[in-house]
Design a protein around this ligand. Structure first.
Ligand code: B12
Ligand code: SF4
Length: 549
């Protein structure tokens, strides 16, 4: 492979695509597609109770931490900030990171680089690279498919097999709920850890699996539980955290690594909490005791319909599994796909009712979407079912089908999707309430557990439950009377139980903080109704910069 003539002395800019994001514009921003994980695709129908926060662009942070060239990461720039960076600093390489929906922005950014920094080499990476024929759509010098750290190291003439240095990443920031922006105390937010990319299960629609090699393939940054443990200790001390957002598509699938991590955690007395993504078949390979002792406190899992035939669900009673997890204090984020091949207008409501019936703490709904690069995309293309006039900016699973479904029309796909979100909210209540319910179950079950690490973890959660969360329950109970009286009564019962567990503190906070939160939640409802949106701030981070002459 070609190496940049300046090697490690080349100056590198790594940028995410420009905002603002939560608006409709000609570059592909969509108001329906804000830069907020939960509000975008999980809690978006939950009004002021929606959990809102931003996440940094971890791919370019990881690349920056693993090259020795002087490198600037520009995250969430505006077009003006991107132009300013290009004009005020000389860059030999400009790397742009994007996903498919943002291809229009990549095109514009390449154009800007050619104009403002004509001698820069343009490298485009991330999921956008999966678009067939991308070379003809954008003016870039290199389009990188798959893992980027090793590519960039090779391009700079560095050792691509050197150990991966993990950056200290605070997983989310500017969190707000019920109109209140949560204080950003050091150590209060989980750190992101990225053990691998890709997933060997290779479900036909899965874009992350396909991008990193497909079925049977993935890239491990940390092979063993020992390596992972060391990295987590390093990040723990850098950020003073005890909880981790583990960004691995199927963390529990790597059982030997996970169990070795557990061993090391036990030896060192680590009371860590882990939020993970895992498929049902992977979760089933652990006992509840193992999961709890490993600190699994939140799990994101696919709940594709039992009639869909995906291997990861085979032999699993999803209702029982999700209930079990919650009863052991593990919050469950379910993910349901709308518009699978067997869905019809006749069976759709029943399928959603059964998914909603799992009562997971969070529930993501996504349209079945053939995304470029996946097996499903190829199948649909071969069958002539892809709709060719859909803008890439609208292919993300939260708008309308980009293919011809056998029984459901395009406009109906959107209606069904919106209905699923609404139904989940109305039937189960705000996710914030459901989370509190699971946390209480965990506390009640494990407060006297023999392993002090486990007691300590549930104790930390209980602290939140008896303070701000109980005040939030007080508000939700009131506000939900208008939506579903039955749910409001369930919230009331939960609040009573919390107050029985923590009689003084919980009652006091509900009485003092409750009315303030109620006021702020109502104010937020007003703002949202008036069209208020939220955008992440721009980050500029330079590394190895002092060595630049
Ligand atoms: C965190 C996250 C977000 C964050 C935003 C992060 C950000 N700052 O942009 C939030 C929550 C806001 C978000 C939003 C959305 N997301 Co998102 N997100 C993720 C998630 C969970 C993790 C990304 C990550 O950091 N991975 C770990 C890093 C290490 O991997 P990576 O980013 O792929 O980077 C590696 C390579 O791609 C490559 N690389 C990346 N950039 C570059 C740049 C250069 C120059 C080079 C050489 C290489 C390179 O090297 C990196 C290291 O190997 C992924 C799922 C996943 N498992 O990756 C989905 C994912 C990226 N999101 C996706 C989607 C569709 C969306 C949304 C449209 C929401 C939706 N409807 O689903 C919105 C779009 C928002 C917007 N307006 O742009 C899809 C992308 C699909 C696709 N094929 O394009 C993914 C893959 C989820 C999925 N399986 O469907 N997302
Ligand atoms: S199990 Fe999940 S992450 Fe793995 S391929 Fe299937 S959908 Fe993708």
């Amino acid at each position: 492979m070609e190496i940049h003539p300046k090697g490690s002395r080349a100056r590198v800019l790594l940028s995410s695509v420009f905002g603002p994001y939560a608006q409709d514009d000609e570059f592909g921003s969509r108001s329906i597609n804000p830069m907020e994980l939960y509000h975008n695709q999980v809690t978006r129908a939950q009004g002021s109770f929606s959990l809102r926060m931003f996440h940094r662009s971890w791919g370019i942070m990881l690349i920056q931490a693993n090259i020795s060239a002087p490198c600037c990461v520009l995250d969430f720039p505006t077009r003006e900030a991107f132009a300013r960076e290009l004009s005020t600093n000389h860059y030999d390489i400009v790397g742009i990171s994007a996903i498919i929906v943002n291809v229009g922005k990549v095109r514009e950014m390449c154009r800007m680089v050619r104009r403002l920094s004509p001698s820069s080499v343009i490298v485009v990476g991330g999921h956008v690279a999966a678009i067939p024929g991308l070379e003809a759509m954008i003016d870039a010098d290199h389009i990188v498919r798959g893992e980027g750290v090793s590519w960039m190291r090779r391009y700079l003439g560095e050792d691509e097999h050197a150990p991966i240095r993990h950056p200290a990443i605070v997983s989310g920031f500017q969190t707000r709920v019920m109109g209140v922006r949560l204080p950003e105390r050091r150590g209060a937010t989980a750190a992101t850890i990225i053990p691998s990319v890709g997933c060997p299960m290779g479900c036909n629609f899965c874009t992350t699996s396909a991008f990193f090699g497909g079925k049977g393939k993935f890239v491990n940054f940390y092979e063993t539980g020992d390596e992972l443990f060391e990295v987590m200790c390093q990040v723990e001390s850098e950020l003073s955290v005890q909880s981790f957002f583990v960004m691995d598509e199927n963390f529990l699938l790597h059982r030997t690594r996970a169990l070795r991590l557990l061993e090391r955690m036990k030896q060192a007395g680590k009371s860590w909490a882990l939020s993970v993504f895992a498929s049902a078949n992977a979760i089933r390979r652990y006992t509840m005791q193992e999961l709890v002792e490993l600190g699994i406190s939140w799990v994101w899992m696919g709940l594709e319909s039992p009639n869909s035939g995906y291997g990861k669900l085979r032999g699993t009673d999803i209702g029982e599994l999700t209930r079990d997890l919650r009863e052991h204090g593990i919050r469950v984020q379910g993910s349901t796909i709308i518009g699978l091949e067997h869905h019809t207008p006749d069976n759709f409501a029943e399928e959603i009712e059964s998914a909603v019936g799992y009562q997971t703490d969070f529930h993501q709904f996504m349209l079945y979407t053939p995304v470029p690069g996946t097996e499903l995309y190829q199948e649909m293309a071969d069958q002539g079912r892809l709709l060719t006039d859909v803008d890439f900016a609208d292919i993300h699973g939260q708008y309308k089908f980009n293919f011809r479904h056998g029984a459901i029309g395009r406009d109906d796909s959107k209606r069904f999707l919106d209905w699923a979100f609404r139904r989940d909210f109305e039937r189960n209540g705000p996710s914030l309430y459901r989370m509190c319910r699971t946390m209480l179950q965990g506390w009640q079950r494990y407060k006297d557990y023999p392993d002090p690490r486990v007691r300590e973890r549930f104790g930390r959660e209980a602290k939140k439950l008896r303070s701000a969360y109980n005040a939030a329950l007080w508000v939700m109970e009131r506000e939900f009377k208008k939506v579903n009286r039955g749910v409001s009564e369930r919230i009331h019962a939960l609040r009573r139980e919390v107050e029985k567990e923590f009689p003084v503190k919980a009652r006091l906070t509900a009485a003092v903080l409750g009315p303030i939160l109620l006021w702020s939640a109502r104010r937020e409802e007003g703002r949202l109704a008036a069209g208020r949106t939220y955008e992440p701030p721009t980050f500029v981070e330079r590394r190895n910069w002092a060595s630049v002459s």
